[in-house]
Design a protein around this ligand. Structure first.
Ligand code: FMN
Length: 193
């Protein structure tokens, strides 16, 4: 009698153990987290009187990008910015498209960014030449570069024509106008890119 019971016990144990195994193997493994790496974005800007700085801060908030100020070696005074004076610093610089005012700030590890927004006020219908100085400091090959600006009313004009030669291998987008743009407008503009 005892001898007859043993095979039944063994069979029962084996079946329990098999059921356990098969349950384990059909339980779906937790989904591997395979989210694509987030695009690293930089929002760099030059601002002489603070308007573009505000737009840049909003843009950084909306895009989740790192904010970076292009700081001139020599700050622009009110006299420097007097566009009615043909001898003011800004007038002289903008009359000479090859002028490259020095900057004293530098982006750490530019190579980590895939998208670079570059902001500025419109001066004489284009970007201040200090923006060219900024662009020429880095290898922007293959990066998406998106200019943005504020102005007293002018549009982008020929802005891109004067910026592109300073980073000819970048993937340039059309400049976006952030004059007076609130957060909702910035979100809309960024979505439309
Ligand atoms: C030297 C100089 C030139 C300017 N040229 C123009 C221009 O051509 N068209 C325009 O709409 N606004 C022009 N502006 C106005 C600025 O683009 C505008 O006030 C801008 O929002 C200032 O930005 P910021 O405060 O970041 O410097 C000029 C301002 C300065 C100081």
């Amino acid at each position: 009698m005892k001898m007859n019971v043993l095979p039944i016990v063994i069979l029962t144990l084996a079946s329990v153990s098999c059921t356990g195994q098969s349950q384990k193997s059909t339980t779906p493994a937790p989904a591997a987290k395979s989210e694509p790496a987030a695009t690293k974005t930089l929002v760099a800007y030059f601002s002489a009187t603070g308007t573009t700085a505000k737009a840049a801060a909003t843009l950084a908030e909306v895009t989740g990008g790192d904010l970076f100020e292009i700081v001139p070696e020599q700050r622009y005074t009110d006299a420097d910015l007097d566009w009615r004076d043909s001898k003011s610093r800004s007038s002289v610089e903008m009359q000479d498209k090859s002028s490259r005012p020095a900057v004293k700030s530098k982006v750490e590890h530019m190579e980590q960014y895939e998208v670079v927004y570059v902001g500025f006020p419109i001066w004489w219908y284009i970007a201040p030449t200090i923006v060219n100085t900024f662009l020429e400091q880095y290898n922007l090959e293959g990066k998406t570069v998106i200019p943005f600006f504020t102005s007293g009313g002018s549009g982008k004009g020929k802005t891109l024509d004067y910026l592109r030669p300073s980073a000819p291998k970048a993937n340039w987008k059309e400049p976006i106008n952030l004059t007076g743009a609130d957060k909702a407008k910035v979100e809309k503009l960024v979505k439309g890119l």
